[in-house]
Design a protein around this ligand. Structure first.
Ligand code: GLP
Length: 242
């Protein structure tokens, strides 16, 4: 595991983009795994800059979101399929049809989860997966006490995660969905390369567990210790308990 600590979020974004861009320069048809949340936004900005400068193209690439809420309509602005288009893919040359998210509005989310896992496999797997981390140690939406080798599945959000995400729903906890479809930890671990970004002191405990703690389903992100190509980019707050 490579861990970098920076005092500036835009630097984190630039370093992340320097890791990701060469993968798509070597393999223009590559598959990029996308995370929502606020931590990767500076990275998305840095990738957009490269596309605008003509030094990077996603025109032949594919993208798969990590997760999606269950129960939000496909038109809801906070549905992750819409969030990711707004903050990243629509600002690049990614074809819209090449940007995938689990079908959280499906009548049968369990079947939709299995289908999504198969779709990722059919695309040849994820070449680079961008990750954030929840304050309770989740990655994607793999909440504590789940299987460390799970495939894409329906999961239920902890109270902590719903409170953390209420800011995206005008602070109304009642509007935050209770369920989601998430790539499983086993699915995420199959990506060729992981780039995980965490910022702010609220992530410090989860980051310390992930980097230095024992691998345990209590802190799902600890499973990344088994990945042989992971870069963790932190600001000083997120690194403060290392
Ligand atoms: C969300 C997402 C995760 C994200 C995490 C952290 O709930 N499902 O993919 O990494 O929580 O979000 P943020 O970066 O906004 O702190």
């Amino acid at each position: 595991m490579q861990v970098g600590i920076f005092n500036d979020e835009s630097k984190i974004g630039e370093i992340g983009a320097e890791i990701i861009a060469p993968v798509f320069i070597d393999k223009p048809t590559g598959v990029l795994g996308l995370a929502t949340g606020s931590s990767p936004l500076p990275l998305y900005d840095a990738l957009v800059k490269k596309v605008e400068a003509g030094t990077l193209s996603f025109a032949q690439a594919q993208a798969f979101c990590l997760d999606e809420y269950v129960g939000l309509s496909m038109e809801h602005p906070e549905a992750y399929r819409n969030f990711i288009r707004r903050v990243f893919t629509a600002r690049t040359d990614f074809p819209d049809s090449a940007v995938h998210a689990p079908a959280g509005a499906s009548d049968d989310p369990y079947a939709a989860a299995a289908e999504y896992d198969a779709q990722i496999k059919a695309a040849g797997g994820v070449d680079v997966q961008i990750l954030g981390i929840g304050s309770d140690g989740h990655i994607g939406f793999n909440e504590p006490s789940g299987s460390l080798s799970s495939r894409t599945h329906v999961d239920f959000l902890t109270e902590q995660t719903r409170q953390d995400n209420a800011r995206f729903f005008d602070g109304n906890l009642a509007d935050v969905p209770t369920a989601c479809i998430t790539q499983g930890l086993g699915t995420i671990m199959e990506a060729g390369k992981l780039v995980l970004i965490a910022t702010g002191a609220g992530k410090a405990e989860a980051v310390a567990q992930m980097v230095e703690g024992p691998v345990s389903a209590r802190w799902p992100a600890t499973v990344v210790q088994f990945h042989n190509d992971i870069t963790v980019l932190l600001d000083e707050g997120a690194a403060s308990k290392l």
